[in-house]
Design a protein around this ligand. Sequence first.
Ligand code: CJB
Length: 807
Amino acid sequence: MPDMSIPPVTPQDFGAEILRHLKHSLGKDESHAALYDWRMSLSLALRDRVVDPWFESTRKTYEARGKRVYYLSMEFLIGRLIEDVAINLGMEEVAQAALAELGQDYAKIVADEPDAALGNGGLGRLAACFMDSLSTLGIPAYGYGIRYEHGLFEQHFENGAQMETAETWLAQRHAWEFERPEVSYPIHFGGHVDEAEGSPVWHPEETVMASAYDTPVIGWQGRWANTLRLWSAKPITAFDLASFNRGDYMAASAPEALARTISRVLYPDDTTKTGKELRLKQEYFFTSASIQDLLRRFLSEGGDLAELADHVAIQLNDTHPAIAGPELVRLLMDEHGLDVARAISTARRCLAYTNHTLLPEALERWPEELFQSILPRHHRIIQLIEAAHLADSGSAVRIIEHGEVKMGELAFVMAHKVNGVSALHSDLVKETVFADLNRDYPGRIINQTNGITPRRWLYSCNPPLRALINETIGTAWPDDLQQLEGLSAHAGDAAFLDRFQAAKDANKARLADWLKARDGVVLDPAAMFDVQIKRIHEYKRQLMNLLETIALWNEIRENPNGDWTPRVKIFGGKAAPGYVVAKEIIHLINDTAKLINADPATRDLLQIVYPENYNVSMAEILIPAADLSEQISTAGKEASGTGNMKFALNGAPTIGTLDGANVEIRECVGAENFFLFGLTAAEVTARRAEPNYARRAVEASPRLARVLKQIESGVFSPSDKGRYSGLIQGLLDHDYFLVTCDFDSYFEAQRRVDTVFADQAAWTRMAALNTARVGWFSSDRTITGYARDIWTASSLIASRSSRKDVA
Ligand code: CJB
C-alpha cells in the first residue's frame, strides 16, 4: 500500500501539474512545446512529488540521532530516472494517462531522457542499485560522488572498430538535481608542510571549491528518500579581472578552466590503472569534500567526536576513495586537535572497504613522489598510519613500499571491515591479495554477495513478466523478492508456462522492433537470443564466445540440413579506449558479423548482432528479451558479476563457469537449470603452471585449431589479412585467460543448450525456475547484510517482512 505521505493524484490533476511546469519552468505553451519541454515538465512534476517524502525522511533522520551511512563511490551508473521515479511513487499509470490526455506519448518522452552514465560498469551500477535499496529499506544514507560533465564516452563503430566521442548528458538541463551553491568546501593540493608551534601546517599551492548538487533518491512506494550528493569543481575566484582588463582573455578564464578540469570527465577505465595525476586529484577532491561535509553535519548537530563512529558509517566503494582514511585523520588531528592514536582509531571505527577485483593491475598504487607532491600532508599521515599498524598488529605489510603508496593496503588497514562481493571472491581475497593482512587481522574480511534492485531490473524493465507475477503470487514481491519462490509451485503448470513464454516472446518482439528502428537490423524472434553484454575484457572472454560462434558456423555449413537451433548471438559493451586487445576483439566481432550475416547458407540459422553504445537503457531492453545469459569469465577473475543476476531474474538460464556469483546463482536455481562448463579457479591456477598449455589445448581440438587458422589467415578480414595475427599469436603464446583450455567444454555446453532449447516446454520451465529461485539476489538483501554486519545501521521505517532482519 502506498505511504500516506504521497497524496493520490488523478491524471487530470497531474496533467495540470505538468502544464504548470511547461508554462512556468520551461516558458512554453502547449503549441510550441518540443519533446524536451514535455520531458522536463514531466520530470519536474514527478520531482515535486519526491520532495515531501525527502523532507520527511530528513526530519526523521535528525530526530532519530542515529547512524547515517555514507557511500563513497567514484561511479554511480544511474541511467534514466523518469520511469524509476514514476514506478517508485506508484505513478506510472497516472503519468501515462495524464500525458495521453495531453496528446503526448509517455514512452517517447521516457526514451528521450539521456542516461546518467557516471560509471563504467558493474561497480558503478552496483552503487546505483545500493542507493535504491538504502531508500527502500529506510536506512538514512548519502551517496557521495562526482558530478562529471562528461559521463562514459559514446561508442560507435567505424568499419567495425570502436571510436569514442564525448558524452554530453549535461548539455541539456538535468531535471532531477538541486544545485546547492551554499554547500561548498575548499579542496587543497600541492605545496609543502612545515611546523608551527610544534604542529604540522599544510601550505597548499592550489585550491578549488567542491560545490554540491543533490538528487533525491526515492525508494519503493515513496516511503523514504535519501540523497545522492555529487560534487562539481569550481574555482575560488571565477575570473581573473586583471588579466581580462589587459586583454588576455585566455588567462582571465584560466582559473575556471583549471578547476573545472577536475570534475570534467569520468575516467573510462575499468580495472586498468591510469597512473594519471588528474585521477588522484579527482579521488581526493570528492573524498575530501564528502568527509568535510559529513563532519560538518555531525558537529552542527552537537556531536562529540568521541562518538563519531556511533553516528557515521563510511563505505569505500573500492580503493578509489581510500584517501578517506588519511583525510579523516588529518581533519581530526589538524582541525580538531585529536592525537594520532585517537584520530586513527576513530577513523577506523567509521570506515569500511569493499574490494571489487583481484586483478593486480586494478589495485591502485601511486608513485610516492607524485603522491607526495599532490598531497604532502597526507603522505606524512600515511607514514603515521603505517607506523601504528606495524607496531600494533606486528604485521610486516607496508603501505608505502618500493616508492609506491599502495591504496589497497591503506584501505584495508584503515577499515574495521573489508568485504568481497561474492562467496568465492571473498575467499580468494583472503587467500591471495590480502593473505598476509588477513592473518594479521583475522575476521576483518567478510563477504557480502552483490545484489540488484528488482524495481528497475524486473518491475520496470519487464512489464509483461511483472503482470504475470502479480497475477500469480500477488504484488508484495518488489521489496520482498524471495516471494518469487511462490512461482515454483507453477513450474509444472502448462498454462502458467505458456504465459511465461508469452511474456518472453513479447520482450523479444520489443527488442526486435527497437533494433529495427534504431539500426535497421532485422532479428528472427523465433531464434534463441544468446546475449553477452558487459565491458569488453579479456577475462570476460567475449573472444571465446566468438570462437564458438565461428565453429558453429563451420559446422552448419558442413551439414546444412542438420537439426540446428537458430541463434542470434548478441554482444554489447565498450572497451577502455587505451585497451588495445579489447578493441581488437570488438573489431573481430564486427568483421565476423559482416561475413557470417551475409552467408546465404547459414543466414536463417546464425546471426551476430552488436549494437553500438551499450548502456543501462539498452540493458533494460536486452535483458528481458534474452533466452540465454553468457557468464563465461575465467574462473577466479569475475569478482561477482551482477548482469548474471539480472538475466536469471528475467528468465534467462546461464551458460557459465564457476566464477563470482555464478556459483551462488547455480546453487539457488539448481544445477539442472544452469549450463556449467570450464575449469574451476583452482584448476585454472594449476593449468597455468603447465608448459605450453595453450598450444596443447589447440592441438587437442581440431575444431578450435581450424577457427584460429581462419581468423589468422584473414578469412574475416579480407582487406587486411594480417589484422588478427597478433591476437591469435597472443592466444597461442600467452593465453592467460585460458580461452583455449575452456573452449571444448564451452562448445559442448552450448550443444546441451541447443538440445534443451529445442524442447520448448523444458526450456520455459527452466527459465521460470530461474526467475522463481533468484530472489535472494535482491540488493535489499545485500544492503540488509551491510547494515547488520558492517554499519550497524537501522531502518527508520515501519518494519515489513523483508526488513525485519535489518539490525
Ligand atoms: N568491477 O566494474 C568494476 N570495476 C572495477 O574497477 C572493479 C570491479 C566490477 O564490480 C562489480 C560490482 O562488485 C562486480 O560484480 C564485477 O565482478 C567487477 O568486475
